[in-house]
Design a protein. Sequence first.
Length: 190
Amino acid sequence: MLFEFLYLSLASFLFGITQKIADDHHDEGMYLFKHSDIVFGILWGAFGFFLISYSPILQAAYFGPLLYWIYRGKIDCKQHIIAAFLMFLGVIYSFEYLSSSLLPSLWIFLGYAVFDAIKKHTTKHRWVFKRHIHFHIIYLGYAFAVGSFYGYSPLVFALLGIYIGGKFDEKNRKEIIKINPQTIKPKGKK
């Protein structure tokens, strides 16, 4: 049981860190090595494939956000397409889980959509979104509904991976700026 928790937590952490690095290749102009954007898209998708195909609880925990990313048009570059494709392959590979994970996946998707609508129409509670508390609300509710800590732990370790990946990006950004300050565009500008 402890071993299972440790390797699933590690896989969730690696999912988060590869997601952040793949995103930063597209959003921030990160460049680590030739085709690193594709490599990190594949790694992100491979961890997603593994987690989605591991159990119905994890399938819903990762498939729900994937549906939301598609709904919001966030699959907008090759590394996102690769990762989404591999995650969908995970759903197909573990198709027998779909009968029990589809409804929870849709509830998680709906939670994301509702909080997205709230975020668009309020300035009063921005701190909830800035600190990702809305994600915790969604996944704590999901974990309670399914009666398993595995409904919540993927979020914690994925967010930790995203945080660490962001620190890696900051270091990489400083190194790129030293080499060529013109390669980095200021945050918020397209």
